[in-house]
Design a protein around this ligand. Structure first.
Ligand code: FAD
Ligand code: SIN
Length: 534
């Protein structure tokens, strides 16, 4: 058994920053299922939204976030995260992160802030078009240099161990996790009174997504199985502009490009956004993604176009060097021609229900970053607010844990955690079955539960997912666990939660748009969809 003061699952912005805070108070272990740098965080492009200029204010950032969230944000969460932001930015700069700067009129250097959809001000700090790479590289370096932190790569967290699972009569609290050590192939027990889930989102539940391979909803599924409350999973954000190219399917074209003047057009070059919203290409994401979906359906074209070629080539290459290079690699010169784009699943706005400190309904268990649902995003996330949330909530979660449960005082004694039992499980005989089910889930979610929904499609998805869940559960009991099987088990659980929440919402709000209830339900105050297993 491995024992730590803090166990953190995930090595994205949420997990890494939580570890750096926690290491001031005790021994920390980061478990991460692949290599440390594999996360949504490292793929982040646009930047981190945070009030930095005199023309901007906390009130304006709060107001933009509330407007994007379509009436469902928790204002206290928005206010706290936006207000704590500047201090957390200072901290990451001290950890070595560099944001682009420019010379101001009076000659001193200031942040080169960019703008994205739904923001009324320039407030997005960035490192060219690869902010996430800069952020995670510097945080990983700081983590590796900290003697109090152990990073275990290729360690796949399978399930949480809680007092309720062990049938202890005390209040439900977390005791640790079962973890597949992919190097030895063994399942090991990790013990801690303080566990932070920072496992990110679930974009891979959909056939087309901007997310990397790790985004399989593991944290939400684990917390759900352990009995934690989960909220607002129907609000899956589709990013309007994912590159449409067979050789580069998950490549994002940052919204900052629209912030710098790129136009969305059809193949004739007609800018269609004004037809849908007075804010044009800089309307919030739900509006823009739905407009593109509608244009694609109306014209029968496979994609629309994002065009920045009217700007000088030097400007484009300086601001978007990675996108320029990646597009050139597939034969598109963005300085001369429009970029074919389609919407793709991008961000999970709901997740494990938390308070303002990332605390969940299970004592000792926090959820930070995309896996958690603080109420910041409501029914639709404002661009570049998620990295900010990772940084703010990870700091608050550690402070809260230390306050409630100081290191050195074990929370509870008198239990024995049983070792993992494989029973009569054998090696998976036919991987094809697992891959087939992976594909089936992703396609059915894309076809039945994406940008525009109907009750009939949701019911169809629910029925199919019930069957798949039974099948996957059978594999889980009969075969030795592998990461593919564990991810499949988590995908089907997460997909089911999305569908269950979507079925419960009888209105269209933010990212949840259904033809059967096309309007807001104004007969009652807006409320989150909260689901629990028991
Ligand atoms: P992640 O960064 O996804 O990290 C999750 C970690 O958990 C990974 O290390 C993963 O391997 C690990 N993990 C998962 N399951 C397990 C398990 N079972 N066991 C062990 N480890 C596990 N947001 C912004 O604010 N600004 C942007 O510019 C921006 N651009 C984006 C661009 C792209 C292409 C994408 C995909 C997202 C972007 N986002 C952006 C969203 C943002 O990047 C994410 O919401 C944020 O990085 C999530 O951070 P996280 O720490 O919660 O999770
Ligand atoms: C982007 O760069 O467009 C992504 C920003 C985000 O998802 O917040």
């Amino acid at each position: 058994m491995h024992e730590y003061d803090f166990i953190i699952v995930g090595s994205g912005a949420g997990g890494l920053s939580a570890a750096l805070h926690a290491a001031k108070h005790g021994k920390v272990c980061i478990l991460t299922k692949r290599m440390a740098a594999e996360s949504n965080s490292s793929w982040a492009q646009g930047g981190i939204a945070c009030v930095q200029s005199d023309q901007d204010s906390i009130e304006q950032h709060v107001s933009d976030t509330l407007i994007a969230g379509a009436g469902l944000c928790k204002e206290a969460a928005v206010r706290t995260i936006v207000t704590d932001g500047p201090q957390r930015i200072e901290e990451v700069i001290n950890w070595g992160v560099h944001f682009d700067q420019k010379e101001a009129r009076d000659g001193h250097l200031e942040f080169d802030l960019t703008r994205e959809g739904g923001h009324t001000q320039r407030r997005v700090l960035h490192a060219r078009d690869a902010t996430g790479k800069e952020l995670t590289e510097k945080l990983i370096a700081a983590v590796r240099a900290d003697p109090n932190i152990k990073m275990l790569e290729n360690h796949f967290a399978i399930d949480l161990i809680t007092t309720a699972k062990l049938d202890l009569v005390s209040e439900d609290r977390v005791l640790g996790l079962y973890v597949l050590n992919e190097i030895s192939g063994e399942v090991e027990t990790f013990r801690s009174d303080r566990v932070i889930l920072a496992t990110g989102g679930c974009g891979r539940v959909y056939l087309y997504t901007t997310n990397p391979r790790i985004a399989t909803g593991d944290g939400v599924a684990m917390a759900w199985r352990a009995g934690a409350a989960v909220a607002d999973m129907e609000f899956i954000q589709f990013h309007p502009t994912c590159l449409y190219h067979p050789q580069k399917r998950s490549f994002l074209i940052t919204e900052a490009m629209r912030g710098e003047g790129a136009r969305l057009t059809d193949k004739e070059g007609t800018d269609f956004m004004q037809k849908y919203d007075a804010r044009g290409t800089l309307a919030p994401r739900d509006v823009v993604a739905r407009a593109i979906d509608s244009e694609i359906k109306r014209t029968g074209a496979p994609c629309v176009y994002l065009d920045i070629s009217h700007k000088p080539a030097e400007f484009i290459i300086e601001h978007f060097p990675n996108i320029h290079e990646a597009c050139l690699g597939v034969g598109i010169d963005i300085t001369k021609e429009p970029i074919p784009v389609v919407p793709a699943a991008h961000y999970q706005c709901g997740g494990v229900l938390t308070d303002l400190n990332g605390g969940t309904s299970i004592r000792g268990l926090c959820a930070v970053g995309e896996v958690g649902s603080t109420g910041l995003h409501g029914a639709n996330r404002l661009a570049s607010n998620s990295l900010l949330e990772c940084l703010v909530i990870s700091d608050r979660a550690v402070k809260h844990m230390i306050h409630k449960m100081p290191v050195g005082k074990p929370a509870e004694q008198g239990y024995t955690i049983p070792a993992w039992k494989s029973g009569n499980a054998v090696n998976v005989d036919e991987l094809v079955v697992i891959y087939h089910n992976w594909d089936e889930i992703r396609r059915l979610m894309w076809d039945y539960v994406s940008i525009v929904r109907t009750s009939k499609r949701l019911q169809r998805a629910a029925a199919r997912l019930r069957n798949l869940k039974r099948e996957v559960q059978e594999f889980y009991w009969n075969f030795k666990v592998t990461s593919e099987l564990l991810e499949l088990r988590n995908l089907v659980e997460t997909a089911s939660l999305i569908v269950e929440c979507a079925i419960r919402r009888h209105e269209s709000r933010g990212l949840h748009y259904t033809l059967d209830y096309p309007e807001l339900d104004e007969s009652r105050p807006p409320a989150s969809t909260v689901v629990r297993r028991y």
